[in-house]
Write a protein that binds this ligand. Structure first.
Ligand SMILES: Cc1cc2nc3c(=O)[nH]c(=O)nc-3n(C[C@H](O)[C@H](O)[C@H](O)COP(=O)(O)O)c2cc1C
Length: 192
């Protein structure tokens, strides 16, 4: 990581090449304020959760993901909605990150979420995600929120968010997450 003072790890719930949600993380990266760095986690090699593998420390890509999550000041989830909930991809990431319970980087970690979907704009997947964060004891940011409805009107086929007002809303999520982290766990030198 660079010498930015505040590090956010971005986690997408979609493996789709033209994913709108991964596109949201790219906007967050582009518009992050000075002193804030957003890394988008490479989740392409994360296998399905297997407790046997977890007992052995987990596969190398999982170990790397856990390390990045541990080092990050905060996590930013971009969550699509599948069948009224978060995607299996998203839940799988969280399942890996959640174990072992003694060392999970999710515990007391400031987290925020945003999403792009269809008619209800990921409302249900974000609620499902919030429920999971109760168990993991992650500190989920309450406001601002970003739920983009009818996403195909605002993104191109490569997942680029074209709408300037929505791009600024993404920036507000990032700024909100930095402020939220400061509010719940102030630490000298971490302010952006
Ligand atoms: C299996 C599956 C289930 C879906 N279920 C929902 C749903 O319940 N609600 C919704 O708004 N959209 C649903 N969709 C549409 C996706 O949310 C939409 O394709 C979205 O763009 C996916 O996110 P992505 O662009 O980041 O890949 C579903 C899509 C798939 C493939």
């Amino acid at each position: 990581m660079s010498d930015a003072r505040f590090h956010i790890l971005g986690l997408t719930g979609s493996l789709r090449r033209g994913s709108f949600n991964t596109g949201l993380l790219r906007v967050a990266q582009e518009l992050a304020p000075d002193g804030v760095e957003i890394e988008i986690a490479d989740i392409s090699a994360i296998p399905l959760y297997n407790e046997d593998l977890n007992r052995e420390g987990g596969p190398a890509p999982v170990q790397a993901l856990k390390q990045r999550a541990r080092e990050a000041d905060a996590l930013l989830f971009a969550t699509p909605e599948y069948n009224y909930s978060m995607t299996g991809v998203q839940k799988n990431l969280i399942d890996w990150l959640s174990r072992p319970l003694e060392t999970t980087p999710l515990r007391h970690k400031p987290v925020a979420m945003m999403g792009a979907g269809g008619m209800f704009g990921t409302v249900r997947s974000q609620l499902a995600l919030r429920q999971v964060f109760l168990f993991t004891e992650s500190y989920a940011m309450i406001n601002p929120q970003l739920m983009i409805m009818r996403s195909s009107e605002y993104f191109d086929a490569e997942g680029r968010l074209l709408d300037e007002a929505l791009r600024q809303r993404v920036r507000m999520i990032v700024e909100g997450l930095v402020a939220w982290t400061q509010q719940i766990s102030p630490r000298e030198g971490r302010e952006a």
